[in-house]
Design a protein around this ligand. Structure first.
Ligand code: TRP
Length: 454
């Protein structure tokens, strides 16, 4: 079973060493695991809440995409896209807005902090606060719920947002009586050290204490390292590695033995100037090859664009059928589409006018089933199972899920049904994309009818 891991990166700044160690490197490592289906995206709609500087947003989107690709993200393995290329996200934002309690949004930390600042300075509580900031958690919930993500790696400051996404998903599921959305969990990497900045506080843009990752080449990296604050112990005096930002940063890049040797050298009186030089060399050994790839990507925005367009296509292969099913469940149906529930009066099943499962044993002796529409059209063929009970359980599960919770993934010429990140059944090969798209409402209608019979 694959776990879908999804995370967003707000496109306002230029990535620094703390972003690399705390977010980029662990996310890319996780994405290489066979049991992880990674979705990473640039949260450029969120960036609009923080910045109205178009040039800065544009530059940041490019820099962040180039950074992740240069750092080793494999776009063939990971679904890597821009939020603003996925129209299903703002559409789902509205559906979730309609179930979001205003009181819940009043309690969001970022909004509350802005209100508190206003109150302290004697202003109107909502002075200068946009509805965008207020709605930030709903947009973020849509990012997550549109893709049925199981795990969301985030910093501690984002835990409340993940809880709100769960809350909204749950509320929607409850209101509409089905398991529409996977309820996501925050993934807080305990072992990943938050990197200290130049002054020893957490490395952060807002403290202005960052060390650049790629920007400007190796010179700004070296210059920043030389500015790391140390105590005034002289060369020859023993240093205290455990209270040194410099040592903590070294450890984030070095192997165990390298770290032990560096620690010993500090205890033996290594001068801070030499220690900084060693730190620079250690970091640059990792960063230099990535920096070259970064420069190549930055020089070729069209290559990045092509990668992101392909990522958007893969992301929409999940989100488009999901939103189509949600629209249907909410009553936003076209009169030409067969209304999923109305078409399934209970009596119909007695006359055999309902979709049905048919189980069989295939040539290899495995158990499978087909799903037929009410008119007899074959809609799905399941994967093979050694255990006949698994086939029965799967049919039961599909009945319970119904149209909105079943995850359909668009393939070049067909559709696949997924459960818990695993493909469980596929449609026939329709030969082209048009016939495949025409088949989607028929499959969804059948799933809706099955659920209605339940
Ligand atoms: N709010 C997140 C941050 O500032 C970025 C983000 C937007 C995000 N949408 C997301 C993270 C969805 C995880 C999942 O870090």
């Amino acid at each position: 079973m694959q776990t879908r891991v999804l995370t967003g990166i707000t496109t306002t700044g230029t990535p620094h060493l703390g972003n690399y160690v705390g977010a980029i490197r662990p996310a890319i490592e996780a994405s290489r695991r066979a049991d992880v289906d990674a979705f990473f995206f640039m949260a450029d709609y969120h960036a609009l809440i923080k910045s109205d500087d178009a040039a800065r947003i544009e530059r940041s989107r490019l820099e962040i995409a180039a950074t992740w690709l240069a750092a080793g993200l494999d776009p063939a393995r990971v679904t890597f896209y821009r939020q603003s290329d996925i129209p299903e996200i703002p559409e789902l934002t509205w559906f979730l807005t309609c179930v979001a309690g205003k009181g819940m949004l009043n309690r969001a930390h970022a909004y509350k902090a802005a209100v508190d600042r206003n109150t302290e300075s004697g202003e109107d509580p909502d002075a200068g606060i946009s509805a965008g900031l207020y709605m930030y958690p709903v947009l973020m919930a849509a990012d997550i719920l549109a893709f049925d993500a199981h795990k969301v790696p985030v910093g501690r400051d984002q835990i409340q947002h993940i809880e709100m996404a769960r809350d909204l998903g749950q509320r929607f599921n409850h209101l509409h009586g089905r398991e529409f959305f996977v309820l996501p969990e925050a993934l807080i990497e305990e072992q990943v050290a938050t990197l200290p900045g130049l002054d020893g506080r957490k490395m952060s843009k807002s403290y202005d204490n960052t060390i650049p990752l790629f920007a400007g080449g190796s010179k700004p990296l070296r210059e920043a390292i030389m500015r790391i604050v140390t105590d005034s112990r002289l060369p020859g005096e023993p240093k205290d590695p455990d209270n040194s930002a410099l040592f903590t940063i070294f450890r984030a890049f070095a192997s165990g033995p390298e770290t032990a040797a560096f620690r010993q050298a500090l205890l033996d009186g290594l001068g801070w100037g030499d220690a900084k030089q060693m730190l620079y060399q250690r970091i640059d050994a990792d960063v230099a090859p990535m920096r070259e790839r970064y420069a190549a990507f930055m020089a070729d925005p069209l290559a990045i664009e092509a990668i992101l367009q392909e990522g958007a296509r893969k992301a929409r292969a999940v989100a488009t059928p999901k939103l189509a099913a949600l629209r249907d469940a909410l009553g936003l149906r076209s009169a030409t589409a067969s209304p999923a529930k109305a078409a399934a009066p209970k009596a119909a099943s007695k006359q055999g006018k309902a979709p049905r499962f048919a189980s069989f044993r295939d040539a290899e002796g495995n158990f499978r089933f087909r799903l037929f529409a009410a008119d007899g059209e074959e809609l799905l063929l399941s994967m093979p199972f050694a255990d006949p009970k698994a086939v029965g359980a799967l049919q039961q599960r599909i009945r319970q899920l119904g149209v909105a919770a079943a995850v359909t993934r668009v393939q070049p010429h067909g559709l696949a049904l997924e459960l818990d990140g695993e493909r469980v059944a596929s449609t026939p090969d329709y030969g082209d994309a048009t016939r495949r798209d025409e088949a989607l409402p028929r499959l969804q209608a059948a799933l809706g009818q099955l659920a209605a019979q339940d």
